[in-house]
Every structure is written in C-alpha cells, then in structure tokens.
Design a protein around this ligand. Structure first.
Ligand code: GLC
Length: 754
C-alpha cells in the first residue's frame, strides 16, 4: 500500500501543478485527464509499453513462485511494472496476490486491471446471450448483466470481455450463441442494455465491471460459418449491419473494445487502421482502449500480413490496437520500434493514457484491492439473488415454436409423463460454452425441474448419448452416431405414457468458439430416436437445448409441441418445467431465423429484394429448385399460451417523423406477454434497402380480452441509412410500415414520408 500512497502523492503534486496552469491553459482537461497526464509524465517508455501488455494467469498464485519458462518471465515483468492487465486470474486471494506484486514491487505501483469472460454470468450462469436476446426484455437483460457484474466483481474481477455484439446470419458459426442474433436494431438495443448492466452509472462502484464491445469487426460474417475465417463484406453491409451495434455500445459509454481474429476485406482486424483509427477513434472519437483478441497480433503472421513478431507489433500499434493479449509482441518489440522511429512514442503514450483512464475510473488507484473483499466473495457468489435473477431470465428466454392441439401446457396431475433424452438429465450443457467459473454439473436439469411437480407419474430414459467423449484435442467432441442400445428403454416408457417430453439438441460444447457445424440437424442419433419414439407415441413435446438455430423441419411437420429452450444456465430445469406446466406463459421471440435446411444459410429476414424477386411462374427468379426461400421459423417469431389480435394500424407524418399506432387485444384465456414489432421498408433509395427492417418494439402484457393501443415514433434515426461513403442520410419517399408479433407479419400500410 505504501507504493500506491507515494504514487498518489506524486500524482497530486503534478496534478496540483497542472491546476495552476489549468486556469490559463486553453484546453481545460478534466480532473481525470490531469491525473492521467501527471502519471504519464513520470513514466518511462518501457513502463508505458507495460500498460499495453496483458498476460493470461500464469501460475498457481497460491503456490510457489515459478522459476523458469514463460511463467517466470511473466512474473519478472509483473515485478518490473511491464504488465498492465491480466486475464483468467480469479478469486479474491489470487487477484490480491498478483495485484500485490504489481502495486508493491514495481517502481510506480500501477495497479492491474483484471479481465475475465463474464459472458452470461460468473459462477451463477444466466442463459446464453442468444437465449437472453430471445426475451426481447431489455430490463431483464440489463439486470442479468448487473448480477453477473456483481458476482464477478466479488471474485476480484473488474473488466469483462463482453458484450459480444457481432451480428451474424449464419447458424453454422458456433459463436452465434454469444451474440444477439441477426438484426442490427435489436443487437444495438441489447448491446446497450448489457453495457449499462455491466458498467452501471459509476464505474468506481465495486459491484460494476468495465465492459468490452467485441469483436471489432465483422467476425460474425466469417465465410461458410467457419470460425476465424475470412470476412469479405461490402460497405453497405459494414455500415448498416455490422457497425451499428458497436457504435451504440460506444455511445453507451463502453470502456473498451476488442478487435477480432478475422481479416476484413484483406486486412486483419487487429492491424486495420480503417476500422480502429479512421472509424472508431477518428469518426466516432472513441476515448476508451482496444484490446487485441488472444494472440491476434501474432496471428497477422499466418494471415500473411506481418513478416515476424516485430512487424506484427508495428502494424498493430500503428493501426490502433492499444493492448496486446497474449502475443508477447508489445512488451518485447515496441521499445525498439520506437527507437527505430517505426512507431511514434506519441502513439504509445496515447495507448497508455487510454488504459490508465479506465483504471482511474475503476477507482483502482484509490484502492487497488477494492475488488478483493473475502467476506463479500462468500456472501455474493452463488447467492439466492443470483439464482432468482437467473431463473427469471431463463423463463423469459424460452420460445414456444409449436403447440398443436394445445398439447401444452401439461396437466399438473393424473398424467403418466415419459421424459426422454440425454440432455434431460445433463447438468453441464445448460451452462453453455462460456462457463469458465461455473461449478461442473451445477445446472438444474429438466429431470430435476420436472420432479418438482409431484402429482404426475414421471419416468425417465436417456434413449441415446449425444456424444461419446472427446478426442485428445481439448473438447473436440466425438459424436454418438452408432450407439442405439438404449432406444428400447425409451420406447418402453413412451408406450405407457400419456405425454412424452423429449429433450434433444446440442451439448454445451457443440456451439461457442471454434465449434462451427456444417450440418444443423439434431446431432448424432437423436433424430432417429425422435422418429422411433414417435412411432409408439405421437403425443410428444420436443424441448430443444441448443446454442444455435437448428433445421428441425421433420419435427415441425410431425411433432405437436416444440419449445426452444436454448442453454438456459444454472436454473434451466426449473425454468423449462415452469413453462411446460404453464406456471410461466412463454413470451420469447426468435432473435435469429431458423432455416429449413443448411443449404439456405445465410438466411435472414432483412434480405434485399433483388432484381428478380419471386415467386414467378417461369424459372428466371431468385430461388432454389429443391428448397423454398422461406425459413422454418422467421426472425421475431414466437407463440404464447394465449393469442393476440392486431388491428387499426395508423401512420402519419409529423415534423420529419412517422407516428405509428396499433391496437392489440389478448383474445385467449390466459394472461400473456407480446413483443409488438414495427418494421419499415424504404421502397426506393439511393442505396437499396431491405424488404423489412426492425425499427421498434415494445414488450407488453395483457389479461384475457384486454386491449391496448401502442404507439411508436419513427425518427430520422430509424428512417435513415448509411451510404457507401459512411454518411448517414435520410431520404423522403414511399415507406411501407409493418407491425405485428413476428417479422413475417402482413399487417402493413404505406406512407409518403416527407
Ligand atoms: C477468446 C475469444 C474472446 C475472449 C478472449 C479471452 O479467444 O475470442 O472472445 O474474450 O479469447 O478469453
């Protein structure tokens, strides 16, 4: 602590000096900037470069100090003040140990910022982000991020590598589980809710985290859905689809960005000056800092863009990457690059300034150990508050896809229910792919959730494993494509049941980073299991546990009840059981289109009309010979146990805006929530516009027979678009306005926008 006091005295002294000049200086820096500049004035070039260096947790900090290899080098750099941040060091005691070295053994005692992937919870897992996005409930999503921040901060973390705001239209890409789906408007709103949830109103509050908008940019447009693959996109897609959620996160005050592994139009994002300096720090005037993704600076060598580590460091620093995650490039190469005049010291100082600002805002200079409170760690982590929030979020994330003959909700008594599927008893997969701090087998399974309803006769059979194990690579799954030896057990209980509930889909590690799939069907022998059980009992409710849209076309044609239950986190089984039994009326809407077949991918609702739209009687129009253009389930789709009627759609021009109103009525027997969605189509524009674009939504709840008139005001912000020069423009002319409970709504009207 002694070091930090001296450092603060020095800062106050320089700050005090600056105060004298502040009144005379033309540019009045705010207190924060003056403190940062005071510190920068006493830092060496090497110490500034040290702030730009991030290391992964490298030794068991509770054990002996490493004496050789990478860990020893990292330890030495930590002592010399050549480390600005660490990731994957968690737990109050572990964080305290590394922070103590940085603060008490280095010359200036500058505290570390401790980063971690708090993607959907810390120890207590909320639903995967794609699932949360299906709630369209911005308040609940913000609350979920707040809880995650509170729990992670109690473990010593003060920076999360979230929200991921990558738009993607390709369910083959495993990381769709981590984002908010295919639409830039919904993705922007959800990204802002998550930033505000993580960061709160005061970053120095010890229950908040600095957030990180990632992966900048176009990572979700990897060709063929293969992770880390090339992204080649046109300027209109870049400006109108990919960048808006990042710009919204910036406007919401996100403190950091993370760049991406992919190249964008021939330039690796980590070395892309156009993205990082011209757009982010230039046009948008971003003042936070950009961290590279893991090793992505060095990966510019295999990209064929850098000839060696030193060249990679030069390209990354000059293009605007402020912090190096685990490439060891900056700490080893930047000082000589500055001395050789290949990287200016001004750029180094700018990067260090950006990083130090965030540390000051976190309050780490006042108290580097403020996140290291052991008592708080014990009371906050895994608390009832955390699990209650996780359960609430999970219920709201469930989407009802089909409910023929009202097979749902299930009767609560007198029923023989057969529960089938390996995923029904799986207590790990509901935790999703980003479960780093979660306890193994800690999720409530569907079996456990349904056992809470004791007035039915519940039997369970696995039916078939989803996967048989892992190869010697980390988590390369070996799918079960042969073992049907337990089919008979499933058939036996299905034959005797009134209703069969089958939980099928993907295990947690079949989606997420590096988990792309070329086929989107039910993995392994699950489809065969479903069809086999169907032969003996057609009263099936299919519950999907998955991290991406799946092509469940056969199920849609044959199975009466289908529930999309994603990977819902720690309280998964309780949420699913409460929806199946009607204690919660499902209200989710799809944030991403479900294809009928993988051949349609990428498939999305906001497509362009083309010069040969269809359908036409002759062959010359944009279509397949062997598949329809229509999706299995469209963006924004989701059913309820009740029903809603829309009428009296009205639109009017109003001083450059378009006012929209509609009346909705609950025409069913139970209370229910509806996401009222408003879409536009700009019929003629100087850059072609999609056939539909989401431009507003409101989540409402109505009791049976209750009606409500909902109004929207579409401003220039909603009616305009970016041209290929990156300028935002609004053009008068004919617009179609659509409104309804799904993107495939036909309730529309036209207006001549003035
Ligand atoms: C990973 C991911 C990134 C994550 C980082 C740190 O490779 O791409 O999203 O935040 O490394 O774990």
């Amino acid at each position: 602590m002694r070091k930090i006091l001296i450092l603060n005295l020095v800062i106050v002294f320089f700050f005090g000096c600056n105060q004298q000049t502040a009144t005379t200086s033309t540019k009045k820096l705010n207190d924060l900037d003056q403190k940062v500049d005071s510190l920068l004035n006493i830092m060496t070039l090497e110490e500034k470069i040290g702030q730009m260096n991030q290391y992964n947790g490298f030794w068991d900090v509770t054990g002996p100090v490493p004496s050789n290899g990478d860990a020893a080098k990292k330890y030495e750099h930590l002592k010399k003040g050549l480390v600005g941040s660490m990731l994957n060091v968690r737990g109050v005691e572990n964080v305290r140990k590394v922070q103590k070295i940085a603060v008490e053994e280095s010359r200036l005692g500058i505290p570390l910022i401790i980063g971690f992937d708090v993607i959907h919870g810390y120890e207590t897992q909320s639903p995967i982000p794609l699932a949360e996005s299906a709630s369209w409930d911005l308040k609940a999503i913000k609350k979920s991020a707040q809880m995650a921040a509170k729990e992670a901060a109690a473990a010593g973390i003060n920076w999360t590598f979230a929200p991921m705001v990558d738009i993607s239209r390709d369910a083959r890409w495993g990381r769709v589980m981590e984002g908010a789906g295919e639409d830039p408007f919904l993705g922007s709103k959800i990204g802002v809710a998550r930033v505000e949830g993580f960061q709160g109103k005061d970053l120095s509050n010890p229950y908040t985290l600095a957030a990180c908008a990632k992966h900048f940019a176009a990572y979700g447009f990897a060709e063929s859905g293969k992770d880390y693959n090339t992204a080649d996109v046109g300027l209109s897609t870049l400006y109108n689809t990919i960048l808006p959620p990042f710009k919204s996160a910036h406007e919401a005050g996100v403190k950091t960005f993370m760049n991406s592994f992919n190249e964008l139009n021939g330039i690796p994002a980590t070395g892309d000056k156009f993205l990082q300096r011209d757009i982010l720090k230039g046009k948008w005037h971003y003042e936070g800092f950009v961290v590279s993704d893991w090793g992505s600076i060095m990966e510019m060598i295999p990209h064929g863009y850098a000839k060696d580590k030193k060249h990679a460091a030069e390209l990354a620093a000059n293009s605007g990457s402020d912090m190096d995650m685990e490439s060891y490039a900056y700490v080893n190469e930047l000082a000589s690059l500055v001395k050789e005049g290949k990287v200016s010291e001004e750029l180094i100082t700018d990067s260090a300034r950006r990083i130090l600002r965030v540390k000051f805002e976190l309050g780490l200079f006042e108290d580097p150990y403020k996140y290291c409170n052991s008592d708080r760690e014990k009371t906050v982590i895994g608390s009832k508050e955390m699990h209650d929030a996780a359960l609430d979020m999970a219920k709201k994330s469930i989407v009802l896809l089909k409910n023929s003959n009202n097979i749902l909700p299930l009767k609560k008594s007198g029923q023989k229910i057969a529960l089938i599927g390996a995923l029904a008893s799986d207590k790990n997969s509901p935790l999703g792919n980003w479960r780093l701090a979660a306890k193994d087998n800690s999720a409530i399974s569907v079996l456990e959730g349904m056992q809470a309803y004791k007035d039915n006769e519940l039997s369970y059979a696995e039916g078939a494993a989803v996967y048989l194990g892992e190869t010697n690579f980390p988590s390369e799954l070996v799918l079960n494509t042969t073992d049907k030896s337990k089919f008979n057990e499933a058939i036996a209980i299905a034959k005797k049941a009134d209703v069969v509930v089958m939980v099928l889909g993907e295990v947690g590690y079949q989606s997420g980073e590096a988990r792309s799939r070329a086929d989107l069907g039910l993995p392994g022998v699950q489809q065969e299991l479903l069809e086999t059980v169907y032969k003996v009992n057609k009263n099936i409710v299919l519950v999907l546990n998955n991290g991406r849209p799946l092509t469940i076309t056969w199920a849609d044609e044959n199975i009466p009840g289908i529930v999309e239950a994603w990977q819902l986190g720690s309280q998964s089984g309780n949420a699913i059981a409460q929806v199946l039994y009607g204690d919660y009326n499902p209200s989710g809407k799809l944030p991403m289109t479900f294809p009928r077949s993988v051949g349609q991918v990428p498939i999305y609702y906001n497509y362009k009309n083309t010069g040969r739209p269809g359908p036409k009687r002759e062959v010359f129009w944009s279509h397949y010979q062997d598949e329809t253009n229509k999706p299995l389930y469209p963006f924004g789709y989701g059913l309820s146990y009740t029903s809603f009627d829309y009428k009296d759609l009205k639109v009017s021009n109003s001083s450059g805006n378009i006012n929209v109103s509609v009346e909705i009525t609950n025409t069913g027997q139970v209370k229910g929530k509806e996401v009222v969605q408003v879409y536009i189509r700009d019929i003629i524009a100087s850059v072609t516009r999609p056939v539909k674009e989401l431009k507003g939504f409101e989540l409402i709840e109505l009791t049976p027979s209750e009606s409500k008139t909902i109004t929207f005001q579409l401003t220039k912000k909603e009616l305009g678009f970016y041209n290929n020069q990156g300028d935002f423009i609004v053009e008068p002319g004919e617009f179609q306005i659509f409104i309804g409970g799904s993107s495939d709504t036909n309730l529309k009207t036209t207006i001549d926008y003035k």
